[in-house]
Design a protein around this ligand. Structure first.
Ligand SMILES: [Zn+2]
Length: 304
């Protein structure tokens, strides 16, 4: 029933077959991640693993790919059903729960798309991806949808920052959960959850479509249509944003930056060191103990 002719003409039969063989995890299928998962399937990705702990509420109907038919159902199952409407050949696995309870869902993936909105979940995913050598594409949408950013973290590349290195630069202040400075799918409050206005779906989707595109490009690495990017992070302005001090990025434009790896990062700083120094590996638990991160394990934190 699904006719891939036009996609095949665009990317080539070889690339389409390659995408069909790929297994991608989407962690958090809320307003952004749900769009990314559906888009990847509509672009030919053959296997998807969807992890989400939320159910679809009336408030989600104007901010999610799933409509009123799915009210009260887990978002992961709703998105899986929508995927099969578009790409019936896709294999979709759903996990209902927080990623912390489903870390094995990251096993055997070619790529992970991070759609969760909690910074501490992102740190957990970062650690798990480093251990697996798994490339991850993260996105964040700023308060009221004024803009957002997308970054690709590549553990196999020793020059790539990990998410912790990256966040220390781009999310300065998040580790302290300072409600005055945090921007990521809204403002992060004292307990690490989100409190501010999240923006219109179209503004979230603009960021999510770049996240999906970056994921597809990475999956097609080594093919003729893979294109290198001018940095590892793109910051998208929906409204005019002062991203770099004194420089206003106009609406609908973007700024590419390269965030460097911190050789002293407490999470990835061990990479490239000799085996004898392996005792320098630090886990998130160590960071929490040292006061560098907040333990939000017990908090409810969805993927809205
Ligand atoms: Zn790092």
């Amino acid at each position: 029933m699904t006719d891939w002719n036009r996609v095949e003409r665009l990317i080539g039969a070889g690339s389409l077959a390659l995408l069909a063989s790929k297994r991608v995890g989407v962690i958090g299928v809320g307003s952004g991640g749900g769009f990314v998962a559906l888009t990847l399937a509509m672009s030919g990705v053959g296997q998807l693993v969807l992890v989400d702990d939320d159910t679809l509420e009336p408030t989600n109907l104007v901010r999610h790919v799933a409509d009123a038919r799915y009210l009260g159902k887990p978002k992961a199952e709703a998105v899986a059903d929508l995927i099969l409407q578009r790409n019936p050949a896709a294999q979709v696995e759903t996990r209902i729960g927080r990623i912390e309870a489903h870390m094995d869902a990251l096993d055997g993936l070619d790529l992970v798309v991070v759609g969760v909105d909690g910074e501490n979940s992102k740190y957990r995913i970062n650690e798990a991806c480093l251990g697996r050598g798994l490339t991850a594409v993260y996105a964040g949408v700023y308060e009221r949808g004024e803009g957002g950013d997308v970054t690709i973290i590549q553990p196999h590349d020793l020059t790539s920052p990990c998410y912790s290195c990256w966040a220390a630069v781009v999310r300065a202040g998040v580790a302290e959960a300072d409600p005055q400075t945090d921007l990521d799918y809204g403002m992060i409050g004292e307990n690490g959850t989100l409190e501010a206005e999240p923006g219109l779906w179209l503004h979230v989707v603009r960021v999510a479509s770049v996240q999906a595109d970056m994921a597809l490009n990475e999956l097609l690495r080594g093919t003729p249509i893979y294109r290198p990017h001018p940095g590892n992070t793109v910051i998208l302005a929906n409204s005019a944003l002062e991203i770099l001090t004194g420089q206003v990025t106009p609406p609908y434009s973007a700024l590419w930056i390269t965030v460097e790896r911190d050789p002293d990062c407490m999470i990835c700083g061990w990479r490239g060191r000799t085996h004898e120094e392996d005792d320098t590996v630090v886990s998130l638990d160590d960071l929490i103990e040292a006061g560098f991160a907040v333990d939000d394990e017990k908090q409810s934190e969805g993927s809205e």
